[in-house]
Design a protein around this ligand. Structure first.
Ligand code: UDP
Length: 451
């Protein structure tokens, strides 16, 4: 029997109470809420302690998941600078979180807290968990490869962007990455956060990842030494455990009228902004590719006060009205699962990447920041289920869309994507790696060791 000692043994029993602390950004909040649903289904009682800023809507989750909000001193609009937003939350939330845990403990004496699971970016929760001698689990919503990428950036001392020829050189430890793909640590605030997140991970009772073994063999091998004896649980893709209901499903009705594999879906997630000229290049690239499309342009995501109809030339509308839709938001998981979708032009956020892989949809990658460059390399060079667009120029966009949607190369990517989809489905079966990992996590939280 493989035994890993947790920091504290629980009182055992069927139930047990867990406190989950999500980060108030869509790409982080959603996976944590899916994890909550998964752990709830294993018999744990769950309290989500969230910031007042961007608080989740409890009505979308099982009624016996409790929600508690803590004050954070953040006001709407502060998310424009993510690094300072996260720093501020970490500074402001320690005391309110401690008060909240003490209140929960006194209200629920018969249901003691077995552990804290916190978004790794919210390291204030780990400080308070240690103070209260509670086991704590770091939840990481990015890939394992990205974690390794940050460690390598720090080890190589390239906290400031490197220059010249060096940028194109392969990273020795992960040769599918070039030096320029490693995450940059541009400011001292980000430096503080990266160090705190790595420390919180190394000293956690366990680390939970929204990823799966089959996708990240290379990086998993490299973290063995880094994390030493800290148990790692790869339980993804978490979105397969629950769905977050979206109200507007009109695009699905439109997709129902389209032929299989004929539509390219385009979305750059919840944070990426583009310039007006990028929008126009995208529009012309799309129009000239002659492919059918469903395009999400998030309000506020184009650097202009006008809505997209005023920004895109009238001829585009005339050329594409029969074959394209521009919308503000879609139920993405449902869209990607729709048979009409043949490709996904994405910013390569980790959730979008996992959701696309889960449905066997090849990707066109336009990474912008953070982990997106590394995800795009995984897609194009490791799994070979997509290509990266080097720049947003209409001619290149047109050619790239046709490579994915029409060319033989695209058909081969589709085959590999379907193969990977099968592997992901298997990982969620009873004996599959992600399911086994979530069982191990459940036992570890309850008993303090891994069987
Ligand atoms: N998403 C959605 N509808 C949209 C666009 C995005 O539901 O129209 C969801 C998508 O399914 C994913 C999340 O928003 O779960 C975006 O997360 P990701 O990690 O891909 O990117 P981020 O927004 O964090 O940059």
């Amino acid at each position: 029997m493989e035994k890993q000692q947790g920091r504290r043994r629980s009182s055992g029993g069927v139930g047990g109470h867990l406190v989950l602390v999500p980060c108030p950004l869509q790409g982080h909040m959603n996976p944590m809420l899916h994890l909550a649903t998964l752990l709830h289904s294993k018999g744990f009682s769950i309290t989500i302690v969230h910031t007042q800023f961007k608080s989740p809507n409890p009505s979308k989750y099982p009624p016996d998941i409790n929600f508690e909000s803590i004050s954070d001193g953040i006001s709407e609009g502060e998310e424009s600078n993510l690094v300072s937003l996260i720093l501020k939350i970490n500074r402001n939330c320690e005391d309110p979180f401690r008060d909240c845990l003490l209140r929960i403990q006194s209200d629920r004496e018969k249901d003691p807290i077995l552990g804290i699971i916190h978004d790794v970016g919210l390291y204030f929760a780990s400080t308070i968990a240690d103070e209260m001698k509670l086991p704590r689990f770091a939840f990481r919503t990015n890939s394992v490869t990205f974690f390794v990428g940050y460690l390598l950036t720090m080890q190589k001392g390239c906290c400031h962007p490197i220059k010249g020829e060096e940028l194109e050189e392969p990273v020795t430890e992960l040769p599918f990455l070039r030096m320029k793909d490693l995450p940059e640590v541009k400011s001292s605030d980000l430096h503080i956060q990266v160090i705190r997140m790595a420390d919180t991970t190394r000293t956690a009772t366990g680390v939970i990842w929204n990823s799966l073994k089959q996708l990240e063999e290379n990086a998993l091998h490299l973290i063995e030494h880094e994390l030493n004896s800290v148990p790692v649980f790869l339980v993804g893709p978490l979105h397969k455990y629950s769905s977050i209901e979206e109200t507007d499903r009109s695009c699905i009705t439109w997709l129902d009228t389209q032929t299989p594999n004929s539509v390219i879906y385009i979305s750059f997630g919840s944070l990426v902004n583009i310039s007006r000229s990028e929008l126009v290049e995208m529009a012309w690239g799309l129009a000239n590719s002659k492919q059918h499309f469903l395009w999400v342009v998030r309000p506020g995501s184009v650097q202009s006060s006008k809505w997209v109809e005023e920004l895109i030339p009238k001829e585009f509308e005339e050329l594409t009205s029969e074959r394209g839709q521009i919308v503000k938001w879609v139920p993405q998981q449902e869209v990607l699962a729709h048979p009409a979708i043949g490709g996904f032009w994405t910013h390569s956020g980790w959730n979008s990447t996992l959701e696309s892989l889960t449905e066997g949809v090849p990707m066109l990658c336009s990474p912008h920041f953070g982990d997106q460059r590394i995800n795009a390399r995984l897609v194009s060079c490791v799994w070979k289920v997509g290509i990266e667009i080097a720049n947003n120029e209409r001619g290149l966009i047109e050619k790239s869309i046709r490579r994915i949607m029409v060319d033989k190369e695209g058909m081969e990517m589709k085959e590999r994507a379907m193969d990977l989809k099968g592997k992901i489905q298997l990982s969620l079966n009873k004996a599959g790696s992600s399911n086994v990992s979530s069982e191990k996590l459940t036992n570890f939280i309850r008993n303090g060791y891994i069987e």
